[in-house]
Design a protein around this ligand. Structure first.
Ligand SMILES: [Zn+2]
Ligand SMILES: [Zn+2]
Length: 247
């Protein structure tokens, strides 16, 4: 008798139900079908978004496919794709990962990404996928880089090399949260650098940067600036959650 390949997975799912990461209902998967459907219908990736910074477009911006901010001052990065809004269903699971150190949520969040938009991005032309790095001190404090823990599990073409080491970050004691946009842009300058041994391999390459949360875009813009200063030709951002535009 032939044993189905997924029999152990099936037994496991029936014996060990799991709680959905967003509604906590016990069922088979890390995110339940109801929550998945709700994201399929309402998550940010369904909307017309700025091709450069990923923010939801307002009606007058749709024709150009670019938000007013990017029209006035073009960022260094070339494209941005976001799964959902920061205020949406996935904020709480992300906080469980980042602040409660529940590492299983990285698996569930990347699984959610793969189910919803993984197929759309699997043929993306790029050479490297790098997470937004943490400083060594921050990494020691948290124990893991949440962006890397998600990025390492998401689908992308096999031609894309994933690595958390190429991009590095200095440690600054000032915390970004709560500071104004201008201060954030100033605070982030000079914070990132490329590991000396890796500069050569970035020449004329396309790099995807994965970030868990994009707020003002200052961090990703500074990273793109540093990468392009080091010879990268194109920078694409993949973002789990995108904050709404500042009022
Ligand atoms: Zn659910
Ligand atoms: Zn924009």
């Amino acid at each position: 008798m032939r044993i189905p390949e997924n029999i152990f997975q099936t037994i496991y799912e029936h014996l060990l139900p799991t709680a959905c990461i967003t509604c906590q209902e016990f069922q088979k998967f890390s995110i339940c079908n109801k929550c998945l459907d709700s994201l399929r219908d309402g998550a940010l990736f369904n909307y017309q978004c700025c091709c450069q910074c990923g923010i939801a477009l307002q009606a007058p911006e749709v024709a150009l496919q670019k938000c007013v901010a990017c029209q006035h001052l073009e960022p260094y990065f070339d494209e941005t794709y976001c799964l959902d809004r920061y205020e949406g269903l996935l904020q709480k699971p992300l906080h469980e990962l980042k602040y409660q150190k529940r590492i299983a949520f990285a698996n569930a969040l990347s699984n959610t990404w793969n189910l919803l938009i993984g197929k759309d991005f699997v043929n993306t032309h790029a050479d490297y996928l790098l997470p937004v790095p943490l400083s060594t001190q921050k990494l020691a404090q948290r124990g893991f880089n949440q962006s890397w823990e998600i990025a390492r599990r998401i689908y992308c073409g096999q031609h894309i090399q994933k690595t958390p080491y190429v991009l590095q970050r200095h440690h600054y004691s000032e915390h970004q949260a709560g500071s104004s946009l201008n201060n954030r842009q100033q605070a982030i300058q000079g914070m990132f650098y490329v590991a000396a041994d890796d500069i050569q391999k970035l020449q004329n390459k396309t790099v995807i940067i994965f970030d868990d949360v994009m707020t003002s875009g200052a961090t990703l813009n500074e990273i793109a600036r540093v990468l392009k200063d080091n010879g990268v030709s194109r920078v694409i951002n993949w973002v789990l959650l995108r904050a709404a535009r500042p009022i």
